[in-house]
Design a protein around this ligand. Structure first.
Ligand code: SAH
Length: 218
């Protein structure tokens, strides 16, 4: 049974205040973080810390991103209700659920079978209706394209062209770009005339985007 107590709700409100103080100003993002019980996404060993601004291990050598990072990427998306968003790197499913709360139609890909299965079960239990796929994010989800937004939650060493092709004109791709420990948050916008414009938004640290799906922890 998933329990969301007054204590958890209180801690969450405090986290939202902290994120606002750190510069997150999109009211829809703050409301979504306030609504999603992040403690459901962590193993019970971390329950006490679920609402601190920290990243945690979620198995298979992967991490659930810092709440600030999730909020920052969500804010960069500039989402409107009903937009189609493709997420690469479902991981715990926390970012997925934040996007669902913001009214997006979410499609999310994960290359680790164990994480995909876990997120699928949890999101269903929590009542979120995202379309989750077990596969290689580099390929995107051509069957559901085009998307208004593509959000990559792992570090990409090269701009994945296949994903750019799945964007609508006027759409945006947001990704941590770089092959080192620290990457630049990059936004690539496809203009209505088909040209692309990019901008950079500070430094972050993500796990790398790797090719091919896997059922082995690595
Ligand atoms: N959005 C997640 C963050 C997870 S960390 C959350 O809120 O918890 C990044 C995730 O990207 C990891 O789970 C990793 O397995 C996944 N990943 C890495 N390369 C990938 C690829 N090519 N396709 C799909 N997922 C990938």
């Amino acid at each position: 049974m998933l329990v969301d107590s007054f204590k958890h709700k209180g801690l969450r409100r405090r986290l939202v205040e902290e994120l606002a103080a750190m510069g997150i100003h999109d009211a829809a993002v703050l409301a979504a973080i306030n609504a999603v019980p992040r403690h459901h996404f962590l193993s019970s060993a971390f329950l006490e810390y679920a609402y601190e601004n920290k990243a945690f291990q979620i198995g298979a050598g992967q991490t659930i991103s810092h709440p600030y990072t999730v909020a920052f990427q969500s804010q960069l998306l500039g989402l409107e209700k009903g937009m189609k968003v493709l997420e690469i790197g479902t991981g715990s499913g926390f970012q997925t659920s934040v996007l669902c709360e913001m009214g997006a139609k979410v499609f999310s890909i994960e290359r680790h079978k164990q994480l995909h299965d876990g997120a699928k079960q949890l999101l269903r239990q929590m009542g979120y209706k995202a379309t989750l796929s077990y596969g290689d994010g580099y390929k995107g989800m051509p069957g559901y394209a085009p998307f208004d937004r593509v959000l990559i939650t792992c570090a990409v060493p090269v701009i994945p062209e296949e994903l750019l092709m799945q964007l609508k004109p006027g759409g945006k791709l947001i990704m941590p770009f770089g092959d080192g420990e620290v990457q630049q948050m990059m936004v690539v916008e496809e203009k209505e005339d088909g040209s692309f414009e990019s901008s950079f938004h500070g430094h972050f640290s993500f796990v790398p985007m790797l090719e091919k799906r896997t059922s082995i922890a690595k």
